[in-house]
Design a protein. Structure first.
Length: 609
């Protein structure tokens, strides 16, 4: 179906390669929907390179474009890293805006992507749509001013045009979602000069970043618009964060950090990739989970495994997967990706008065994968000052190898990056303690709570769909909720013991007092679940309500859900058969639910090891 439908944006991936991202795509869809009622503040998506940010934006535009009921036209501008003049950039920017706005109003995806469209063709475009009529007039006025002036008017014309999306949205009633990818590059690519002088400067190699016009700063007014708010994204994590959180734009943006895929969704992606690109390859669900865990669910690394040129590539055993990952990190695509990044940022990474010490600090930094970097611990280990370590970590921050929040530095959740650093630096260092970057403990922990993880990830994708009740042990159809959040939870009343709820979800509802909470008990063994587990969940549900009441909070209704890969005893089946407040899913049931929400394989049964 999707292959036949013309989309406004040509996506870079096969349609079914898009895996997970359901929650953030839903949030962004809701952001566009809320523009009409002026309830969508400007926001930024911040993600390291190759995390799937652009693919996410493509899918968002392709989704909301076909929702005319939102009355919010997506204006999607991808910032190129080609240097140009402000006058030329202004014409390109304005042309894309008017073309895409008109395309949305007419629901014409071909026009949305038609790069041959010129503003001078606007008068020929026939339309009875009031918003389009107004857009045509504004485009005519823009072009008239553009042609009557030269580059000396470019800065003033740009500043005036920044307000056009908001003005058109206000007058026409069809709002605008201003979506800009690689927003931070607007600082360094555009020069306010004549084209002749620009060519002369380029020929002499004098087009420096410092000489460019900072167009990001010109959005200080637009970023506060509620009729044409901005959604910006960037893969230079530190730079995009500084751009939207400081300077002229400071305080105007919310931001969302795009994380790797969940481990189950990473496994599903690997299955999809192999099915598309390596149809002869065979991988078990267990080994797909292992590969996903070993790469931290990073979509690009999973792509590298599927497309690897390693001559002995196979996915039959975990040892084979380990060798494949090692090859990719030490000489394959992952190596090339990070080697290029390190070369591009060598002024930050390798600029040290004491080169050996700098390398040792980077090496010891690898032990903090997805953890706060303990500067004092590294300083003590290397017998140097905290200041020396902090200065180096700050340089790694500028090189996008570290992120910072709440006055702490954190290593990215990127085990392959840590292994790359270990491979590159360890061989040059003498007398250093070897750092173990094995993910075996993580994989063992994953096996221990795998079913809870699958249930949690799947519940987060519920979006008020109707599903066959037999998957939950019931007859008829069941309408699923939309959850505000899903997580593990501990509950305790003033006079009760504490209970751990394997998976807890709170429904998102409009009407206060109508909330329901889901509490889930998961049993991931071959033996059947007995009454003891059922009673435990019932006690936890009662304590949950008691805890809310004692805290003065609204007491939710509670939906219990039993999930057991080994099924249920006859006593349990008899007890829950007619209980509307208790759902129950066996191996077939949870597999069916998992598949309905993106899983493309049966839940694995791990070997004992």
């Amino acid at each position: 179906m999707h292959d036949e439908k013309i989309l406004p944006v040509e996506e870079m991936l096969a349609y079914k390669e898009f895996t997970d991202r359901v929650e953030i795509l839903r949030e962004l869809d809701n952001w566009v929907k809320n523009i009409q009622r002026m309830a969508a503040p400007s926001t930024a998506i911040i993600a390291p390179r190759r995390m799937g940010k652009t693919v996410l934006l493509d899918r968002l535009v392709n989704t909301v474009f076909f929702k005319p009921e939102y009355k919010a036209a997506p204006f999607y501008f991808r910032m190129k890293r080609e240097k140009t003049t402000l006058r030329r950039f202004l014409l390109e920017y304005a042309t894309v805006f008017f073309r895409q706005y008109i395309a949305y109003c007419h629901q014409d995806p071909v026009l949305f992507q038609d790069r041959s469209f010129k503003l001078k063709n606007i008068p020929e475009f026939e339309s009875q749509n009031n918003a389009v009529q107004l857009a045509k007039k504004m485009a005519h006025d823009f072009l008239e001013r553009y042609l009557e002036n030269d580059h000396e008017d470019a800065q003033n014309h740009w500043d005036d045009f920044i307000c056009i999306p908001e003005m058109l949205a206000s007058f026409s009633g069809t709002r605008v979602a201003v979506i800009i990818d690689e927003f931070q590059d607007m600082k360094f690519s555009v020069y306010d000069t004549s084209y002749e002088h620009f060519l002369e400067m380029r020929a002499k190699g004098l087009l420096t970043d410092q000489g460019a016009t900072d167009l990001c700063a010109t959005y200080d007014r637009q970023a506060q618009s509620r009729k044409a708010p901005m959604l910006v994204a960037g893969s230079a994590v530190t730079l995009i964060f500084r751009t939207v959180m400081g300077g002229p734009l400071g305080g105007r943006f919310d931001f969302t950090y795009l994380k790797p895929l969940s481990i189950p969704d990473g496994a599903a992606l690997l299955h999809q990739l192999l099915e598309i690109y390596v149809p002869d390859a065979v991988i078990s669900p267990e080994n797909a989970m292992y590969a996903s865990a070993q790469t931290g669910g990073h979509p690009y690394y999973l792509y590298c495994l599927a497309m690897s040129k390693y001559e002995n590539k196979n996915f039959d055993e975990t040892d084979a997967i380990d060798k494949l990952i090692r090859y990719e990190i030490e000489q394959g695509k992952i190596f090339g990706f990070w080697q290029t990044h390190f070369q591009d940022n060598r002024k930050h990474i390798n600029a040290d008065s004491d080169e050996a010490l700098g390398k040792k600090i980077i090496y010891y930094f690898t032990r903090y994968n997805n953890l706060p970097v303990e500067i004092g611990e590294i300083a003590e280990k290397l017998d140097v000052s905290k200041k020396a370590v902090e200065e180096k970590i700050e340089k790694l921050y500028l090189a996008d190898l570290v992120w910072r929040t709440k006055a702490r530095y954190y290593a990215f959740n990127d085990i392959c990056l840590m292994r790359f650093i270990k491979f590159v630096y360890e061989k040059d260092l003498e007398g250093v303690d070897e750092i173990d970057l094995s993910q075996q403990n993580q994989f063992n922990n994953l096996k221990g709570r795998f079913l809870e993880t699958v249930v949690q990830v799947t519940m987060m994708k519920f979006c008020r769909e109707t599903i066959d009740g037999k998957l939950f042990g019931k007859t008829g159809d069941i309408r699923l909720p939309l959850f505000r959040f899903v997580d593990t939870k501990y509950v305790k009343g003033s006079k009760t013991r504490a209970f751990q709820i394997d998976v807890y979800g709170r429904e998102l509802v409009k009407e206060r007092g109508k909330e329901r909470a889901w509490v889930c008990e998961c049993k991931y063994t071959k033996t059947k679940m007995g009454m003891k587990k059922v009673k435990k969940l019932e006690h936890a549900a009662e304590v949950l309500k008691q805890e809310a009441e004692e805290s003065g909070l609204s007491v939710p209704g509670v939906q219990m859900w039993l999930v057991s890969s080994g099924g249920f005893t006859g006593e349990v089946l008899k007890y829950v058969k007619d209980r509307e407040d208790i759902y129950f899913s066996d191996q077939d049931g949870i597999n069916g639910i998992f598949r309905a929400f993106g899983g493309n394989y049966n839940i694995p049964v791990f070997k004992d090891s």
